[in-house]
Design a protein around this ligand. Structure first.
Ligand SMILES: Cc1ncc(COP(=O)(O)O)c(C=O)c1O
Length: 335
């Protein structure tokens, strides 16, 4: 696909694009619904998989243009973003330093944390209190230590949800429009955390005049109100930076509250049941933190008759299956 916009920044190709769109025939039948679709952004790659890859195509291009030799970022100890960064670092020949929030410094070496280490990233674990209250200090001291060791570090925050990272999903919107048609009525559901994915989709939808599309984010980290504020802030930082033809005040931001459960990273029975349902009807894995909750939300809208008449409902699968491996404890099997 050619340049998405004259002001689109440089990117390097890391993702397998376009990702496929499939029909969830068995799940649709089970829910008594005509046709549910899924955009398989979990298939942007294997090691380098999920939604973060699209954002990192721009971030890593910028790091290389700035002669960096080390990527520094942060997230939870099962962060998909951090694992993707670790794999990409290995692929493009950059060192990776990860600052991870972790409630138990002796946590089992499993899932994404295990893979971070396999990919050779330098990992440090920080208890949630220290991480919440002194994150900037932790980042500064990691950056200073890298410089003191003769390296050129390049920092980007959790989820790569900065204006540059938003381009990943501005561009994804162009892919979706090519596949589904700009003039169709589309109800798209996605998990919303650090908000770069939803913000990029909203900007892309506006740039491409997809007036009949709804982008419904399912908040995973805090309330709809909190995430709406975060999306607005990111819109306000991104639109002027790239002189995009988008009027921030006019842009609708749709978020669906009620599917976080007790909090970020805490699975609940209905979401675990959704993992089983999608695995056993479609052979597709969801993750315990993001996509299981977002899919639970979409299923509940479908069951309640909340998909617009004539609209195409589509779930954006943003990846994360490696996180499931670290939560085997959530499942009991009788055979
Ligand atoms: C699997 C998965 N889905 C969705 C998200 C949310 O995306 P964003 O942070 O861009 O809102 C994340 C990010 O943390 C993720 O790892």
């Amino acid at each position: 696909m050619p340049s998405m916009h004259p002001n689109e920044p440089e990117r390097i190709k890391l993702a397998q694009l376009p990702t496929p769109i499939i029909t969830l025939n068995n799940l649709s039948r089970q829910l008594n619904f005509e046709r549910l679709l899924m955009k398989r952004d979990d298939l942007t790659g294997f090691e380098v998989s999920g939604n973060k890859v699209r954002k990192l195509e721009y971030i890593v291009a910028d790091a290389l243009a700035n002669d960096a030799d080390t990527l520094v970022t942060h997230g939870g100890f099962q962060s998909n973003h951090c694992r993707t960064t670790a794999a990409i670092g290995a692929r493009v020949g950059l060192r990776v330093r990860l600052l991870l929030r972790c409630h138990d410094l002796n946590v089992p070496n499993d899932g994404n944390l295990f893979l971070d280490r396999v990919f050779g990233a330098k990992v440090s674990l920080h208890d949630p209190d220290q991480y919440e209250h002194s994150l900037q200090k932790i980042i500064n001291s990691a950056m200073d230590a890298e410089r003191a060791a003769g390296h050129t570090p390049y920092f980007f925050p959790v989820g790569a949800s900065v204006p540059l990272g938003c381009w990943g999903y501005i561009r994804c919107m162009a892919e979706l429009v090519e596949e589904l048609g700009r003039d169709n009525c589309v109800d798209l559901f996605c998990a919303t955390g650090s908000v770069g994915t939803q913000t990029g989709l909203i900007i892309g939808k506006t740039l491409l005049n997809c007036d009949k599309w709804r982008i419904v984010g399912v908040p995973i980290t805090d309330s709809a109100k909190g995430r709406e504020k975060a999306v607005r802030e990111l819109l306000r930082r991104t639109i002027p930076k790239y002189q995009l033809e988008v009027d921030e005040a006019e842009v609708p931001i749709e978020l669906l509250d009620g599917f976080i459960g007790e909090g970020y990273g805490i699975p609940y029975p209905e979401a675990i049941e959704t993992i089983r349902l999608v695995a056993q009807t479609e052979g597709i894995l969801l993750d315990p933190t993001y996509t299981s909750k977002a899919m639970t939300a979409m299923i509940s809208v479908v069951k309640a008759g909340g998909i617009r008449k004539g609209a195409i409902p589509i779930f954006l699968h943003t990846g994360g299956a490696f996180g499931l491996m670290a939560r085997r404890d959530l499942f009991q099997f009788h055979t």
